[in-house]
Every structure is written in structure tokens, then in C-alpha cells.
Design a protein around this ligand. Structure first.
Ligand code: 13P
Ligand code: SF4
Length: 387
């Protein structure tokens, strides 16, 4: 970003409004706070380095961004934004409110805001609700799913537990609360290895992601046995419909097309943990969405990273290309998560207008029964303690 850029999170309403609390600023920022006005919002958007944020996008949406930021401040809404959000939606969250599943869960665990608006898919919002049962947790589209969570439920966990009594059950965070309630500990792609290592015994039952389980098995080779659906049993697991699209042959082709040889000091091929084992083995680096971001920041700083391809959801790359303008990024643009894509700027505005007018929030509110909250909290809190 150049020195004139105004990050959206630094724009604040001119007058103090009812319920408005000063948002926490990015600690590294030394810029003066700018007034939240349509003109400043447009300037902030135009100043972004972003090949997919054009004049058309900005002129069509700046006023909505302006209204959203006003309502967000007015009602003291914590607006969490997953790394897969499209750039306009992602930018509605301050840098401290953006991140991967782990970072966002940790943030949700310590907020004091009365409202948590989760720009992500509902299983993520459920985690925020479990950690904040007395708060109002909202998502702009409750119909958004996730192929991992939708295809593996509480009954599937129970069946596996019956097959392997006494083996600790570790569940990927991409699952619904009732399945988590049946499990001993939760994990994300940012902490799975550490959590598995901390669990007692030399076996772990991992659900539901089959590719993730195979990757974990490889990481823990000789240390711990990983049991999972379909491995020595007839149970079914699930896979991420987005990451399964990347094949080893694609990675070879990408290396050639974008001239990213394996191990090149300034060119890197990244993959997300949810990809197949052979894809991870071919990648130069793999991790969670935020671990990928962190590695890019490190390589930019230390080696002058010049080129990167990211085998993951395509909007992750859109957001990274904004943050790291000196790096040439590529990704597969058609590889979008149709569930994450359901969160749009229009839906976020509709939700906040409903909140502002005192309308019924039930179309947006995430509610869970108290017994599920109680039981699902344990595996999530254990994960947060270890992390
Ligand atoms: P992260 O935890 O890496 O953000 O991943 C979440 C997700 O849904 C990946 O598909
Ligand atoms: Fe689920 Fe995959 Fe979409 Fe992530 S990218 S929300 S794992 S379907």
C-alpha cells in the first residue's frame, strides 16, 4: 500500500453515535484516523492495489460499504471475515478481525461486542456461538454449507467411536456442533499436528476429512497411528469439494505454465492442507490459509518472493494480491467455494439494516440448543488451550 492508502478499518464516523465504541486500531498503524465518509471510503477502495477490484466494482459498491461500516460502528458489531471472502466483503473486517478458522475462533473467544457477524459459512459461526452463548451471532446466509460438514454428522462420529472404543476422537473444525459434541478435541489445519501429538495414547481417530487425515498420517508417521473413515473400516468420511479439484498433474502443469520450479528461492507453489497428499508433497509449502499468508510475508521480507501460485479457494489469492502488491500471484479462478461465495456485500447490508431497524433477526441468527453448546464447547476449548 502506498502512503496515501486509508485502510477501511481506520475510517470512523464523524460523530459519536449511540452504542458506538472506538474500534481497536491496527497496532502497527501510525496514520491519523480519517473520517468515515463516502468520499473517504471510495478513496480507500481506489487506493487498494487490486486487479479484481475495478472502477466498476467500486462505483457500484462504495455506498454500500460506507453504510455497512457506519452500521458496524453504530451497533458495535464484531465482523469476522474468513480469508475466503471476496475482497469487498473481506475488507469490511479490520485486520484483527480477518483470518483462518483458528484465528477467528480465538478472536470470537475474547470479544466483548454484543453482536458477532461471521462472514464465512455457518459451521464457523456455530463455533463463535458456542464460545459466546449469550451473544447474538449472525451470518448473512444461513443456507451456505460445506461439503465436509454437510456429509458427516453426529451419528457418523458415534459409529466410528463404537468401532474404536477408548481412542481419542479429534474432529476437524469444519463440522457442525452436534458432531463436535461427540468428540474429544477439535482442530484446524493450523494446529492439527500439535493437537494430535498432545493427545494421550498412540492412536487417534480423526474425522471427517479423508485427505486431511492422510496428510496428518504422513506427518505423524512413526509417532502416532491415525485412524479415519474408510481406513480399515467401512465408514464414510468427507472431502472438501474445492480442494479435491487440484490434482498432481495440475501442479506439474502449473509449475511449467507459470515457471515455478520446485524449491525456487523466489517462486513458490502453495497448497492448502485439505488437498490430496500427493499435491501437498509436490507443493513448496502447505498449511492453513493464514499459515500460507504468513509464509508469503516471510518470503517477501527475507527472499523477495516474486511469484506464487496458490492451490486453494481463489479469493484467498485475491486478498493476498492486495496485501502483497510486489508479488505476482496466480490461482485457478474457477475454484471458488460456492458456499463461501454466498456471503455478499448486499446480504451483509440487508442483515445490518435489519439489525438497525429492530426487525426480526431470526433469518440470520445462529442458535444452538444449550446441551449441544455445553458438549461442543469442551473440544473447542481444549483445542484453544493447547494452541
Ligand atoms: P482455514 O482454517 O485454513 O482457514 O481453512 C478453512 C477452510 O474452510 C478451508 O477450506
Ligand atoms: Fe467447506 Fe471446502 Fe468450502 Fe472450506 S472450501 S467451506 S472446506 S467446501
Amino acid at each position: 500500500m502506498d502512503s496515501q492508502t486509508i485502510p477501511l478499518e481506520e475510517l470512523q464516523p464523524a460523530k459519536k453515535q449511540t452504542g458506538y465504541k472506538k474500534p481497536e486500531l491496527n497496532k502497527n498503524s501510525v496514520r491519523h484516523i480519517k473520517e468515515l465518509s463516502l468520499k473517504n471510503v471510495k478513496k480507500a477502495l481506489y487506493d487498494r492495489h487490486h486487479p479484481t477490484l475495478t472502477t466498476i466494482d467500486i462505483e457500484a459498491h462504495a455506498e454500500k460499504v460506507y453504510k455497512i461500516l457506519n452500521l458496524k460502528a453504530k451497533h458495535d458489531v464484531l465482523m469476522l471475515g474468513h480469508n475466503y471472502m471476496e475482497p469487498l466483503v473481506f475488507g469490511l473486517s479490520g485486520t484483527e478481525e480477518q483470518g483462518d478458522s483458528l484465528g477467528l475462533s480465538m478472536h470470537a473467544a475474547k470479544t466483548e461486542s454484543p453482536y458477532i457477524l461471521f462472514n464465512g459459512v455457518p459451521f464457523m459461526a456455530e463455533t463463535a456461538k458456542i464460545l459466546n452463548p449469550s451473544k447474538t451471532v449472525l451470518v448473512s446466509d444461513k443456507t451456505a454449507g460445506c461439503s465436509l460438514a454437510d456429509n458427516f454428522g453426529a451419528e457418523d462420529v458415534r459409529k466410528l467411536k463404537a468401532l474404536y472404543p477408548g481412542v481419542p476422537v479429534m474432529i476437524y473444525i469444519n463440522s457442525y456442533a452436534d458432531a463436535k459434541a461427540e468428540s474429544d478435541i477439535c482442530c484446524t489445519s493450523a494446529n492439527a499436528v500439535k493437537i494430535a501429538q498432545e493427545m494421550p495414547g498412540d492412536e487417534i481417530l480423526f474425522v471427517p476429512d479423508i485427505y486431511f487425515a492422510e496428510n496428518l498420517e504422513e506427518e505423524l508417521k512413526g509417532e502416532k497411528t491415525v485412524i479415519y473413515p474408510g481406513k480399515g473400516n467401512q465408514e464414510k468420511g468427507s472431502v472438501c469439494e474445492v480442494h479435491e479439484k487440484f490434482l498432481l498433474s495440475d501442479l506439474f502443469a502449473i509449475r511449467q505454465q507459470f515457471e515455478i520450479p520446485k524449491g525456487h528461492p523466489k517462486r513458490t507453489l502453495y497448497a492448502h492442507w485439505e488437498c490430496r497428499l500427493e499435491v501437498l508433497q509436490e507443493a513448496d509449502f502447505y498449511g492453513s490459509t493464514s499459515q500460507i499468508r504468513k509464509d508469503i510475508a516471510k518470503r517477501v521480507e527475507e527472499n523477495g518472493l516474486e511469484r506464487a501460485f496458490i492451490a486453494s479457494e481463489c479469493e484467498l489469492t485475491s486478498n493476498l494480491s492486495q496485501e502483497f502488491p510486489t508479488v505476482q500471484f496466480w490461482t485457478a479462478c474457477s475454484v471458488r467455494c460456492s458456499h463461501m461465495a454466498k456471503v455478499t456485500i448486499d446480504k451483509v447490508l440487508n442483515l445490518l439494516e435489519a439489525l438497525d431497524s429492530g426487525a426480526d433477526l431470526s433469518p440470520y441468527e445462529v442458535n444452538l440448543n444449550s446441551e449441544v453448546i455445553e458438549r461442543a464447547r469442551r473440544p473447542i476449548e481444549r483445542m484453544l488451550e493447547i494452541t
